[in-house]
Design a protein around this ligand. Structure first.
Ligand code: BGC
Length: 290
């Protein structure tokens, strides 16, 4: 899983701060709890305790959504995050579940509905990666990456769509895919297969779910400063090599991806479905090609 990182709440503006800057939403000078572009939404963020997932949970809560922070393993980072969101006037709960396990995913959605209400924004963020050349790739590793990165989004999307039911449910699924939806990456054939798969999975279910009023979109981050990329922070040469592949010249921030996710989940993106939004500083623009 993406591990806990130092993304704090410092950059987040919660209801009060948000509304102070958005006078239209302030009724009679009073800030209401369920305000903001995602007011009355109930979001579930898988792998929500660290990295992009954590920044997304913070952002969605700041925008007014109640948030389920899904996590596996050590519960403390998720619990601390939930406490911090609640202290700032947001709504959040933590629920442990392995997204690749069918029963655990069912229980996750049942508990979320009981404690927060039926989920209507799903962010499929949980993901794993570890490099292996094809000839060295253990089957167990291939299976693990596909299970978490692709089967997980399938299980969660299925439960989500079942929960919302028929026509007009106004739900949104945002899959956190990757530039490796389209960029081949040696030693990451399992990861690329999972993200490439996520692209056509999303497009296909976007067609299936449009009649039900459910949108499905992918956000494709490039190299973002999260724990998954800790190796880059510690190795200046490696970091320079990666930055040379980014026209914008730097790694992205988790909050920059979270902002794209929040917009896609919100009412301004009503007409966006089946597409991928790349948040990659231009990494997919063939920067070395002359
Ligand atoms: C991976 C990162 C990588 C980036 C660009 C992301 O999907 O999680 O580890 O740096 O793609 O290659």
């Amino acid at each position: 899983m993406r591990h806990a990182d130092s993304v704090g709440l410092a950059g987040a503006t919660f209801h009060g701060d948000y509304l102070a800057k958005n006078q239209d939403d302030v009724a009679g000078g009073h800030v209401t709890r369920s305000s903001g572009p995602l007011a009355d939404r109930r979001a579930l963020v898988t792998g929500g305790a660290s990295g992009i997932g954590r920044a997304t949970a913070v952002r969605l809560a700041a925008d007014g959504a109640g948030v389920v922070v899904n996590h596996v393993g050590d519960p403390h980072p998720a619990e601390e995050l939930v406490d911090a969101i609640v202290r700032r006037g947001g709504r959040a709960i933590a629920i442990a579940a392995d997204v690749s396990d069918e029963m655990q995913v069912r229980d996750l959605f049942v508990r979320a509905a009981e404690e927060l209400g039926v989920i209507d924004v799903l962010v499929n963020n949980a993901g794993v990666e570890r490099p292996f050349a094809l000839t060295e790739m253990p089957l167990a590793e291939w299976n693990r990456v596909l299970a978490v990165n692709l089967t997980g989004p399938f299980l969660c999307a299925r439960e989500f769509a079942r929960g919302l039911g028929e026509v007009g449910s106004d739900g949104v699924i945002v899959n956190v895919s990757s530039v490796h939806e389209v960029i081949p990456w040696p030693r990451y054939s399992h990861y690329c297969a999972s993200k490439g798969g996520l692209k056509l999975f999303a497009q296909t279910i976007a067609r299936e779910l449009a009649p039900n009023g459910i949108r499905v979109v992918n956000v494709a981050p490039g190299a973002i400063a999260t724990p998954i990329n800790d190796g880059l922070a510690d190795d200046a040469d490696k970091r320079r090599a990666v930055e040379a592949e980014i026209p914008w010249g730097r790694l992205g921030k988790p909050e920059e991806v979270a902002a794209a996710i929040a917009w896609l989940a919100g009412p301004q993106a009503q007409y966006v479905t089946g597409s991928t939004l790349f948040v990659d500083g231009g990494m997919t623009l063939y920067p070395r090609f002359v």
